[in-house]
Design a protein around this ligand. Structure first.
Ligand SMILES: [Zn+2]
Length: 139
């Protein structure tokens, strides 16, 4: 059987801290060293104060579905339609584009609590997906 096609992000120098942490199941976002604003995706300048000084900081991996769509067409063989493309608003306020997994598509709702679910694509790249938050999880 042919190997399944994969679409694996390139680990650039700028994103290496994010992927190093993700391999260890720790979600990180950038934090401005000047004003403390969090941001994701990584960017060279702070959107709040224009500072170019930033560090990576861990976040909880918990949040809620801000917006989503059910993709019925796969635009790459690595994507198995239907799947959910979602914007997740993390508890820390940062929005992250990802997928919602582990739930019937018809049950996904905006505002639904979710938590990170790690998806190892290669030895180097593990991606954050999101699943419904476990019952009784501290929020
Ligand atoms: Zn700033």
């Amino acid at each position: 059987m042919a190997e399944e096609p994969k679409l694996i992000p390139q680990v650039t120098k700028e994103l290496k801290p994010f992927f190093d942490a993700a391999r260890n199941h720790q979600l990180m976002v950038q934090k401005c060293d000047n004003c403390g604003a969090l941001r994701f995706p990584a960017a060279p300048l702070c959107l709040n104060c224009d500072s170019d000084k930033a560090s990576w900081t861990p976040v909880s991996g918990r949040g809620q579905v801000f917006s989503f769509t059910v993709m019925h067409r796969a635009y790459h063989p690595a994507f198995k339609a239907p799947y959910i493309l979602a914007v997740i608003e993390l508890d820390e306020g940062v929005k992250m584009t990802s997928n919602v997994v582990g739930i019937e598509h018809s049950r996904v709702k905006c505002g639904m609590p979710v938590e990170v679910a790690w998806d190892k694509l290669s030895d180097e790249v593990t991606l954050p997906r999101f699943r419904p938050a476990s019952q009784g999880a501290a929020r």
